[in-house]
Design a protein around this ligand. Structure first.
Ligand code: GDP
Length: 140
């Protein structure tokens, strides 16, 4: 199995409810290592740039406002098949459809306020990691 890195974001609904530690425990229990992590507050502009791929979607404005509404924790997770593994641990976008035991099933409030972001492919993982972290911040 290939060791991969993926970008994860603990979203404002979760940082507001003090869930960072509980969510990190889910990653670690699944064998994902948190190899970089920082808590930051995104501007509307930064949120808009990060989610640019969704800019034609009807929820784009709402999504950017939400992501800029409170601090987020951005992190790099590493492990075997980390991209798919993280998507599994996160659960479906809409918590109503998420499997039991997943982060979104246990913690998400709605399809928008769904507690975590995770990269969906190797190319997006590389881009998203570089969006938030410099090489010097990735110590393994
Ligand atoms: P993800 O990869 O599972 O995060 O899902 P997507 O890439 O489809 O969507 C990105 C993010 O946009 C989701 O995690 C949600 O926060 C938000 N989102 C997706 N669909 C909706 C929606 O119908 N309404 C709202 N308000 N937000 C949505």
């Amino acid at each position: 199995m290939a060791t991969e890195r993926t970008l994860s974001i603990i979203k404002p609904d979760a940082t507001n409810r003090n869930l960072t530690g509980k969510i990190n425990a889910k990653f670690e229990d699944a064998g994902l290592r948190i190899v970089a992590q920082k808590r930051i507050k995104l501007s509307m502009e930064q949120a808009g740039k990060f989610y640019e791929v969704h800019k034609e979607r009807p929820f784009y404005g709402e999504l950017c406002e939400f992501m800029a509404s409170a601090p987020v924790v951005v992190q790099v997770l590493e492990g075997d098949n980390a991209i798919a593994k993280n998507r599994e641990v996160m659960g479906a976008t809409n918590p109503a459809n998420a499997e039991p035991g997943t982060i979104r099933k246990e913690f998400a409030l709605s399809v928008g306020e769904n507690s975590v972001h995770g990269s969906d492919a190797p190319e997006t993982a590389a881009q998203e990691i570089a969006f938030f972290f410099s090489g010097l911040e990735l110590v393994g």
